[in-house]
Every structure is written in structure tokens, then in C-alpha cells.
Design a protein around this ligand. Structure first.
Ligand code: C5P
Length: 222
């Protein structure tokens, strides 16, 4: 396709969400956080205590999921059946459940069409783990946004504490390390740097610096 597509992959806590949100506004792109799709399926699995891959894939294929920009102050929120599920999806337990259902091939397959068609026929930016490798292999821009485990865990701990969740740094770091390992080692669409992707390490960057770095990379192609 000749749509302008930007793929941003990398581990949790590297800054993908903020960077993509800002890039979407700056360049007029539709934005989809593909992790929210897996979190939605993970949340459903938790709530129903249902871990059968085929049943979850069937649910995923027909779920009423939307990802909406609620403005600069609030940011993008995920909705299921028109209900804002942002807070539930951001909890670490949803992230852990997401990485479990994300290892199921039928679930991944069920979410592909939605991701590929996102924002069509317009330009779009998608972030996740396999956007540059599997979802949008023809994307004009591919970025792998990463940071050290400690830097990422520190950011996520602060983010959760600001929301009033009582979490410890070591607990978050251990959960993240486990999730990274599960994402990188799974047999279907593991998290790897896509061919042709630019690697951006944000360990020593502020969020505005990360945004600027990515904006420069996109601007070269746009
Ligand atoms: O990015 P986020 O932390 O919200 O993603 C939650 C989980 O969803 C990841 O740990 C990963 O297992 C899964 N995921 C995926 N492929 C994507 C996006 C997320 O497998 N494209």
C-alpha cells in the first residue's frame, strides 16, 4: 500500500506511548497502541478466567474496541463496548495477562486485520512489539524504542505510584523482566528489532528528547 505508515516497537516503559501520541499530533497520523488490544483480551481472560486460545481469539475478533484521543490533557484511552477501560488496562496485572494471551497464535491472528486497517486510508502510527516485523512489514518508518531495564522500571514505578497504586520498584522491575523475556522468547512474532529499523535508546533521554529524536526520524521520510 502507499499509505504512510510508522511502526514503533520495543519493550514496556521505553516511552512508546508518549512518543507516538506526540508524533501522531505533529504529523497528523492516526495512532493505535496495539498493546491495548492485547491488554483488552488479557483483561477479558482474567475476568472470565478463560485461557483457551480459540475461545479468546473468537472473542478478540468481534470485540468492540476503539482507541480515542481525549485531548492533550488526558491523552488516548481505550474503550470496550463504548466504555472507557483505560485505567483497568493500564494495571500491571492486565499487562501480565496481555503477555500471556499474546503468546497464543490464534489471538495474534484475530487482531491482525484490525491493526492493518487502522486509520485507512489515511496515514498511521502503531506501536507494539511486532508492528515493524509482522503487522506492517512495509511501513516507511520503523523505530525500535528501548531503554535499560532499570530506567524503564523506574519510569513505570513512578507512573503507577502517581496513580495511587502501591507498588515497589523491585516488584515492577521483576515483572517487567519476566514480561520482556516472555515477549522476546515466544515462538510467534517475538519482540525483535525489525530489518531496517532505527534503534533509539531512551535510557539517558527525557521524554521531550525522545519525542524530538523520533520526530526527526519520521520527518526524514514524511
Ligand atoms: O505495550 P504494552 O505493555 O501495553 O503491551 C502489553 C503486552 O501485549 C506485551 O507485554 C506483549 O506481550 C503484548 N503485545 C504484543 N504485541 C504487540 C503489542 C503488545 O505481543 N504488538
Amino acid at each position: 500500500s502507499d499509505r504512510f505508515l510508522v511502526a514503533v516497537d520495543g519493550p514496556a516503559g521505553a516511552g512508546k506511548g508518549t512518543v507516538c501520541r506526540e508524533a501522531a499530533r505533529q504529523f497528523g497520523l492516526a495512532y493505535l497502541d496495539t498493546g491495548a488490544l492485547y491488554r483488552a483480551v488479557g483483561l477479558h481472560a482474567l475476568q472470565q478466567d478463560q485461557w483457551d486460545p480459540e475461545a479468546l481469539a473468537q472473542w478478540a475478533a468481534q470485540m468492540d474496541f476503539t482507541f480515542r484521543d481525549l485531548g492533550a490533557e488526558v491523552g488516548f484511552h481505550a474503550f470496550l463496548d463504548g466504555v472507557d477501560v483505560h485505567e483497568q488496562l493500564r494495571r500491571e496485572e492486565s499487562g501480565v495477562a496481555a503477555s500471556k494471551v499474546a503468546s497464543m497464535l490464534p489471538v495474534r491472528a484475530a487482531l491482525l486485520d484490525f491493526q492493518r486497517a487502522y486509520g485507512a486510508p489515511g496515514a498511521a502510527i502503531l506501536d507494539g512489539r511486532d508492528v515493524g516485523t509482522v503487522v506492517l512489514p512495509d511501513a516507511q518508518v520503523k523505530i525500535f524504542l528501548t531503554a535499560s531495564l532499570d530506567a524503564r522500571a523506574k519510569r513505570r514505578t513512578l507512573e503507577l505510584q502517581e496513580k495511587g497504586e502501591s507498588v515497589s520498584f523491585t516488584q515492577i522491575r521483576d515483572q517487567m523482566a519476566q514480561r520482556d523475556e516472555r515477549d522476546a522468547k515466544r515462538s510467534h512474532a517475538p519482540m525483535v528489532v525489525a530489518a531496517g529499523a532505527t534503534v533509539v535508546d531512551t535510557s539517558e533521554l527525557t521524554l521531550p528528547q525522545s519525542v524530538q529524536t523520533v520526530a526527526r526520524i519520521i520527518a526524514r521520510q514524511r
